[in-house]
Design a protein around this ligand. Structure first.
Ligand code: GLN
Length: 533
């Protein structure tokens, strides 16, 4: 296996994760098998307990790990299936070490950052390799070079690369080359300093990916090459993309990133044929139609909170030859101004996942509006629970029906905890998590869209459809379209007499790819487009 380490310099939010993912795309298109991992220096054991306002979306893998949203990019840009091994935090590293120390595994030794923390990190790299048959492992180090908490990770990858040998490991540094408007100049000094910081700890990056809003120019490239100690062709420009993040692989290919990587790592392959990717891009960038989708949520200010969801909507747009204009609607605004006012000009309504009672009544009003006005509705996780509550209250006339998450005293707990969740007090990693099989009912919307009866989708929730109300709700016209057979849990509901009212307890957004839009998103956008005619 070959190892590529991607570090970041100057500032965060440079799109390091996207860059690593895009490199994965290029290498896959050269016929290589890739896998990717993210190492994050923060002290949470995993991002599962962090608010989406803090850290953006929590991405869930098949094996039920709650991970950094960059893993979502990795899976969307490549065909890698990632596991809980592919995301490591300082919190996890220390938790492991302290557990071993308490067990007495260190046999009386003093436990230290070097070598114990660094060894733990290196062991993880080896574990990922052992668990994967990929040719190349790309590891992104979170944070910015110079951060105190990042040092053990940098030392660990330095040691690892040294042990792996020069043709087996490669360092790529993603850095910012800012354009100073008042001076009309591009500045290389922050990049020089960031690379100097890496060299101080013994890492000489072989490739520099320079994020910039202006083209670099030969003189700037020369200067960076000279002062960062790399050949000039190893200074790679990465401009802000014009239309879509899926342009990044194409832009980096033009700069010969994949050629350089393969040369450094002595990987002999054909050049990447990106024809399929370019076709997909054309569809995304030049759509013939348009629709407006309201995403009714709580975490709407922050672009990253519903990352996979927004991407899935774009993929579904591409598959329908349409631009999806996403209108983020704060559920509390619906409570204040009413659903009719906030949702009037929409072609479809999506209620995504969420936690806590704030905004709940606004979401219920949105579901009711969609049901009554026959506007396409797509509910995901909390969005399904909302649809069930709405149906119970307004169709079955179960007054004050609710989820026990929001009203412990509700007379009609149509959404409730299973017994196995009742005793749970720890928050970290204790929800129903990861991929589970679901059986679809023949003849339903969902079955038609998936084209199969057995699917597997990922979960992240505690509360469930309460089977005590199943007969009452279905008698009133709610259709159960999918079940987790082993535990007889409702996974998909629909309203048959409606253009598109589909909601699922799982998170389909984690499995959509730009070239393979998810069936439920595809069907939702197709239905939304029908309302534009
Ligand atoms: N809060 C709900 C639950 O825990 C929904 C979770 C979600 O939407 N991811 O069941």
């Amino acid at each position: 296996m070959k190892y590529i380490f991607v570090t970041g310099g100057v500032i965060s939010s440079l799109g390091k994760g996207l860059t690593a993912a895009a490199l994965g795309t290029l290498l896959e298109h050269r016929g290589l098998k890739v896998t990717l991992a993210k190492f994050d220096p923060y002290l949470n054991v995993d991002p599962g307990t962090m608010s989406p306002f803090q850290h953006g979306e929590v991405y869930v893998t098949d094996d039920g790990a709650e991970t950094d949203l960059d893993l979502g990019h990795y899976e969307r840009f490549t065909h890698a299936t990632l596991t809980r091994l592919n995301n490591l935090t300082s919190g996890r590293v220390y938790a492991n070490i302290i557990e071993k120390e308490r067990r007495g595994d260190y046999l009386g030794k003093t436990v230290q950052v070097i070598p114990h923390v660094t060894n733990e990190i290196k062991d993880r790299i080896r574990a990922i390799s052992k668990n994967s048959d990929a040719d190349v492992l790309i590891i992104e180090i979170g944070g910015t070079t110079g951060d105190i908490e990042g040092l053990p990770f940098l030392e660990a990858i330095r040691e690892f690369a040294h042990e792996a040998g020069p043709r087996n490991a490669l360092f790529i540094h993603v850095t910012l080359v800012p354009y100073i408007r008042v001076a009309g100049e591009i500045k290389t000094k922050p990049t020089q300093q960031s690379v100097a910081k890496l060299r101080e700890i013994g890492i000489q990056p072989q490739l520099l990916i320079c994020r910039s809003e202006k083209p670099l120019g030969a003189d700037v490239r020369q200067k960076i090459a000279m002062f960062c100690n790399v050949p000039v062709e190893c200074v790679i420009e990465e401009l802000d993309v014009a239309h879509s993040i899926y342009e990044v692989p194409i832009d980096l290919q033009k700069e010969h990133l994949d050629d350089l990587v393969c040369r450094h790592l002595a990987l002999k392959t054909e050049p990447a044929n990106m024809a399929d990717w370019k076709r997909m891009l054309r569809r995304l960038i030049h759509p013939r139609r348009q629709c407006r989708i309201a995403v009714v949520g709580k975490y709407i200010q922050l672009q990253d909170s519903y990352k996979s969801l927004y991407e899935s909507l774009k993929h579904a747009g591409g598959a329908n030859d349409a631009a999806v204009k996403i209108i983020r609607v704060d559920a509390e605004d619906i409570e204040k101004h009413g659903a009719a006012k906030m949702l009037r000009r929409m072609n479809g309504i999506l209620v995504p996942g969420g936690f806590g009672r704030r905004g709940i009544e606004g979401k219920i009003a949105a579901a009711r509006y969609a049901r009554e006005k026959k506007l396409p509705y797509f509910g995901i996780c909390l969005g399904m629970q909302i649809a069930v509550i709405e149906f119970a209250r307004n169709v079955c006339k179960l007054k004050n029906a609710n989820s026990t998450e929001f009203d412990a005293q509700t007379p009609h707990p149509v959404i409730a905890l299973l017994d196995e969740q009742r005793g749970v007090t720890e928050k970290g990693g204790t929800m129903r998590l990861g991929a589970m099989p679901c059986k679809l009912v023949v003849g339903t919307h969902a079955h038609r869209l998936y084209g199969t009866t057995l699917i597997s989708e990922r979960h992240r929730h505690r509360y469930e459809f309460n089977n005590a109300y199943r007969d009452q709700l279905t008698a009133a016209g709610l259709r159960i379209a999918g079940l987790y057979a082993e535990k007889d849990l409702v996974e998909v509901i629909e309203i048959p007499d409606h253009p598109y009212f589909v909601a699922c307890q799982f998170h389909p957004e984690f499995k959509s790819r730009p070239n393979e839009a998810h069936p439920l998103f595809r069907g939702f956008i197709a239905a939304a487009l029908r309302t534009t005619r």
